[in-house]
Design a protein around this ligand. Structure first.
Ligand code: ZN
Ligand code: MN
Length: 138
Protein backbone atom coordinates (compact mmCIF):
# COMPACT_ATOMS: atom_id res chain seq x y z
CA UNK A 1 0.00 0.00 0.00
CA UNK A 2 1.29 3.47 -0.86
CA UNK A 3 2.24 6.02 1.80
CA UNK A 4 -0.44 8.34 0.41
CA UNK A 5 -3.09 5.67 0.89
CA UNK A 6 -1.97 5.03 4.46
CA UNK A 7 -2.04 8.76 5.14
CA UNK A 8 -5.54 8.93 3.67
CA UNK A 9 -6.79 6.29 6.10
CA UNK A 10 -5.03 8.03 9.00
CA UNK A 11 -6.75 11.28 8.15
CA UNK A 12 -10.07 9.47 8.32
CA UNK A 13 -9.22 8.63 11.91
CA UNK A 14 -8.17 5.02 11.39
CA UNK A 15 -5.34 3.84 13.58
CA UNK A 16 -2.95 2.10 11.24
CA UNK A 17 -1.48 -0.98 12.90
CA UNK A 18 0.32 -3.65 10.83
CA UNK A 19 -2.71 -5.93 11.27
CA UNK A 20 -5.04 -3.24 10.05
CA UNK A 21 -2.81 -2.59 7.09
CA UNK A 22 -2.94 -6.29 6.21
CA UNK A 23 -6.75 -6.25 6.40
CA UNK A 24 -6.92 -3.17 4.17
CA UNK A 25 -4.49 -4.68 1.70
CA UNK A 26 -6.54 -7.85 1.52
CA UNK A 27 -9.69 -5.85 0.87
CA UNK A 28 -8.21 -3.53 -1.74
CA UNK A 29 -9.60 -4.50 -5.13
CA UNK A 30 -11.00 -7.73 -3.66
CA UNK A 31 -14.06 -8.83 -5.64
CA UNK A 32 -14.79 -12.04 -3.69
CA UNK A 33 -17.10 -10.31 -1.18
CA UNK A 34 -15.39 -11.93 1.81
CA UNK A 35 -17.01 -12.50 5.18
CA UNK A 36 -15.30 -11.37 8.39
CA UNK A 37 -14.25 -15.01 8.89
CA UNK A 38 -12.68 -15.14 5.41
CA UNK A 39 -10.72 -11.99 6.14
CA UNK A 40 -9.65 -13.28 9.55
CA UNK A 41 -8.44 -16.60 8.10
CA UNK A 42 -6.42 -14.80 5.46
CA UNK A 43 -4.75 -12.22 7.70
CA UNK A 44 -4.20 -14.74 10.51
CA UNK A 45 -1.67 -16.53 8.29
CA UNK A 46 0.54 -13.48 8.51
CA UNK A 47 -0.40 -12.44 12.06
CA UNK A 48 -1.17 -15.62 14.01
CA UNK A 49 -1.73 -13.71 17.25
CA UNK A 50 -4.36 -11.43 15.75
CA UNK A 51 -7.81 -11.67 17.29
CA UNK A 52 -11.10 -11.86 15.46
CA UNK A 53 -12.11 -8.66 17.26
CA UNK A 54 -9.42 -6.77 15.34
CA UNK A 55 -11.03 -7.79 12.06
CA UNK A 56 -14.49 -7.03 13.38
CA UNK A 57 -13.51 -3.59 14.71
CA UNK A 58 -11.66 -2.70 11.52
CA UNK A 59 -14.68 -3.64 9.40
CA UNK A 60 -16.94 -1.56 11.65
CA UNK A 61 -14.59 1.43 11.37
CA UNK A 62 -14.46 1.11 7.57
CA UNK A 63 -18.23 0.74 7.36
CA UNK A 64 -18.80 3.86 9.48
CA UNK A 65 -16.63 5.84 7.09
CA UNK A 66 -18.38 4.52 4.02
CA UNK A 67 -15.25 2.76 2.78
CA UNK A 68 -16.87 -0.67 2.51
CA UNK A 69 -20.37 -2.00 2.08
CA UNK A 70 -21.90 -4.63 4.28
CA UNK A 71 -23.99 -7.04 2.24
CA UNK A 72 -26.78 -9.15 3.67
CA UNK A 73 -27.12 -11.30 0.59
CA UNK A 74 -26.09 -14.60 2.11
CA UNK A 75 -28.50 -15.65 4.86
CA UNK A 76 -26.89 -15.63 8.28
CA UNK A 77 -23.56 -14.32 7.04
CA UNK A 78 -22.47 -10.76 6.45
CA UNK A 79 -20.24 -10.22 3.47
CA UNK A 80 -18.17 -7.15 2.70
CA UNK A 81 -17.58 -5.25 -0.51
CA UNK A 82 -14.78 -2.70 -0.87
CA UNK A 83 -16.42 -1.46 -4.05
CA UNK A 84 -18.88 1.14 -2.80
CA UNK A 85 -20.15 2.15 -6.24
CA UNK A 86 -23.84 1.28 -6.58
CA UNK A 87 -24.17 -2.14 -8.22
CA UNK A 88 -26.19 -5.33 -8.19
CA UNK A 89 -25.17 -8.86 -7.26
CA UNK A 90 -25.64 -12.47 -8.26
CA UNK A 91 -25.13 -15.21 -5.69
CA UNK A 92 -24.67 -18.90 -6.35
CA UNK A 93 -26.96 -20.83 -4.03
CA UNK A 94 -24.62 -23.79 -3.98
CA UNK A 95 -21.07 -22.44 -3.48
CA UNK A 96 -22.15 -18.98 -2.23
CA UNK A 97 -19.86 -17.12 -4.62
CA UNK A 98 -21.03 -13.56 -5.17
CA UNK A 99 -20.64 -11.86 -8.53
CA UNK A 100 -20.92 -8.16 -9.34
CA UNK A 101 -23.39 -6.80 -11.85
CA UNK A 102 -22.32 -3.37 -13.07
CA UNK A 103 -25.21 -2.72 -15.35
CA UNK A 104 -28.02 -0.25 -15.39
CA UNK A 105 -31.34 -1.86 -16.09
CA UNK A 106 -34.89 -0.82 -15.45
CA UNK A 107 -36.88 -2.49 -12.72
CA UNK A 108 -40.45 -1.60 -13.44
CA UNK A 109 -42.58 -1.63 -10.36
CA UNK A 110 -46.33 -1.60 -10.96
CA UNK A 111 -47.82 1.83 -10.48
CA UNK A 112 -49.72 0.87 -7.34
CA UNK A 113 -46.37 0.87 -5.54
CA UNK A 114 -44.87 3.95 -7.10
CA UNK A 115 -47.84 6.30 -6.94
CA UNK A 116 -47.15 7.10 -3.28
CA UNK A 117 -43.49 6.22 -3.16
CA UNK A 118 -40.67 7.88 -5.04
CA UNK A 119 -38.07 5.26 -5.88
CA UNK A 120 -34.54 6.65 -5.93
CA UNK A 121 -32.47 3.55 -6.37
CA UNK A 122 -32.66 -0.18 -6.07
CA UNK A 123 -30.31 -3.07 -5.53
CA UNK A 124 -31.18 -6.37 -7.12
CA UNK A 125 -29.89 -9.76 -5.98
CA UNK A 126 -30.07 -12.62 -8.46
CA UNK A 127 -30.06 -16.09 -6.89
CA UNK A 128 -29.01 -19.07 -8.96
CA UNK A 129 -26.17 -21.37 -9.92
CA UNK A 130 -22.74 -20.31 -11.16
CA UNK A 131 -21.13 -21.88 -14.21
CA UNK A 132 -19.01 -24.31 -12.19
CA UNK A 133 -21.93 -25.47 -10.09
CA UNK A 134 -24.14 -25.89 -13.18
CA UNK A 135 -21.51 -28.20 -14.67
CA UNK A 136 -21.41 -30.24 -11.48
CA UNK A 137 -25.19 -30.52 -11.44
CA UNK A 138 -25.65 -33.03 -14.24
ZN1 ZN B 1 -21.43 -22.00 -7.49
MN1 MN C 1 -20.06 -6.17 -5.21
Amino acid sequence: MTKEKIEYYRKLGLKMTPQRLAILEYLEGNTSHPSAEDIFRHVEEKFPSMSFATVYNTLEALKERGLILELSIEPGKKRFDPNTEPHHHMICERCHKIFDVFEDFAVNLPEKYTKDFKVKRCEVVFYGLCKECQEKEV
